[in-house]
Design a protein around this ligand. Structure first.
Ligand code: SF4
Ligand code: SF4
Length: 115
């Protein structure tokens, strides 16, 4: 934090054209409710993990949809798959299955398996 009480974020570029969206497509295929996510953040607000660690399901959903898979991979293992977020999602997204499928897809990609 600087003397003005805020700091600027490091600039970064998101290359939508080149990023690999296969993980998002994999989830859309097997858990179509993922399409209904509006990134409202209700899931992140209720998440116990998010209370103690820098983890947000809203952020994870956005990273996956952007194809920022490497960043998503660094965060996804923090989820305990407790399912609490399903109870508060206003769009009826099966969040637990989304995370499960995302982890599965990221693992397959890592092993150079076809999705
Ligand atoms: S609560 Fe549901 S709609 Fe909102 S960000 Fe989470 S998954 Fe998406
Ligand atoms: S399933 Fe994961 S993201 Fe959802 S509330 Fe539990 S720890 Fe948080």
């Amino acid at each position: 934090m600087n003397k003005f009480g805020f700091s600027l974020s490091e600039p970064r570029v998101i290359d939508y054209e080149r990023n690999n969206k296969e993980v998002a497509e994999y989830i859309f295929r097997y858990e179509p409710t993922f399409r209904l996510c509006i990134e409202c953040g209700a899931c992140a607000a209720t998440c116990i993990t998010g209370l103690f660690k820098a983890f947000s399901l809203r952020e994870l959903n956005i990273l996956i949809k952007r194809g920022e898979n490497e960043l998503a991979r660094t965060k996804i293992k923090q989820c305990m798959l407790c399912g609490k977020c399903i109870l508060v999602c206003p769009r009826g997204v099966n969040t637990r299955n989304v995370i499960f499928l995302a982890d599965e897809a990221l693992t397959k990609l890592n092993g150079h398996e076809k999705l």
